[in-house]
Design a protein around this ligand. Structure first.
Ligand code: ATR
Length: 271
């Protein structure tokens, strides 16, 4: 699509951001659905956050994505926030609704969309880690009616989830002695090195438990390799990256991102 006087802007605001895959995903999608939009990456300093966010209004942008380290700080500049963002305490998406800024996070919903056949309602989930990704995923899971979520974290901090609705049990990582439930999610960075495992290396994984990792580089973390070898369904974090983008795109344009067309291109780019 030709850039012209009507082209509308979306952006990701973060630091660092120059290697982000989001511009590729969104610009590919704009092109495919014939939407006159463009998506850029803005690497800004902390002091510029407020003015950058207010320019979403003055430039009549679609909105923006936020990534590290601004997901929490940006929340304060929103006119409205979603329930999932309020629980998470962070946003990854700003939607410009006729000059009012609506903040939400699509990380959790994107994560669950990436596990195609998984029904969150009434499920039992184990989450490793209690950082930003875990908070967003757990907020979404509680809002979608998960039956029980057990969080194991290296640093024991039960207060993080005190204000969440739903049945959430928080434990220190050492208390992880066995696995049960429908879904195991690793949200820690353990496994990025291609060597380490966030669970003891011989721990039995129940047969029907899906094992997910938010890491997508390497394509298969040692946890996923081990789970696959045990016969479990596994899923890495690339789907979460794509589907959180698809949810933001939908909020901005009202159009479905053609994820099935982007997926092979994204895989080619990353692997
Ligand atoms: P993200 O936004 O990707 O979730 P984050 O907010 O920095 O990143 O969270 C990282 C998570 O990985 C945290 O839960 C962290 O545990 P701590 O709260 O104890 O820091 C966890 N984590 C990082 N390195 C870890 C390690 N070597 N072993 C276990 N947990 C680890």
């Amino acid at each position: 699509m030709e850039i012209n006087g009507q082209t509308k802007l979306a952006a990701v605001i973060a630091n660092p951001i120059k290697h982000s895959l989001s511009p590729f995903i969104h610009n590919f999608a704009f092109e495919q659905v014939n939407e006159n939009g463009i998506y850029l990456a803005f690497e800004i300093v902390q002091e510029a956050l407020e003015t950058t966010i207010s320019s979403i209004k003055s430039l009549d942008m679609y909105g923006a994505n936020l990534s590290m380290p601004y997901k929490e700080a940006a929340l304060a500049y929103m006119d409205d926030v979603s329930e999932v963002a309020r629980l998470t305490g962070a946003i990854n998406t700003i939607v410009n609704q006729n000059g009012r800024l609506f903040g939400t996070t699509t990380d959790g919903v994107g994560f669950f969309k990436s596990i195609k056949d998984f029904v969150v309602k009434d499920s039992e989930i184990i989450v490793l880690g209690a950082g930003g990704a875990a908070r967003a995923i757990i907020a979404e899971a509680t809002l979608q009616g998960a039956k029980q979520i057990t969080v194991y974290n290296r640093t024991y901090k039960p207060e993080v989830f005190e204000h969440y609705p739903g049945n959430i049990i928080v434990k220190p990582l050492e208390a992880l002695t066995e696995l049960s439930g429908d879904l195991l999610i690793n949200t820690t960075s353990v496994g990025m090195d291609g060597v380490s495992m966030p669970i003891p290396p011989t721990m039995i994984i129940p047969q029907n438990m899906i094992v997910a990792d938010v890491i997508y580089q390497p394509i298969e973390t040692p946890l996923l390799a081990y789970a696959k070898q045990q016969g479990n369904q596994t899923i890495n974090g690339l789907g979460m990256l794509l589907y959180q983008a698809a949810e933001s795109f939908k909020l901005w344009t009202g159009k479905k991102m053609p994820t099935e067309l982007i997926w092979p291109e994204l895989e080619k780019k990353v692997y």
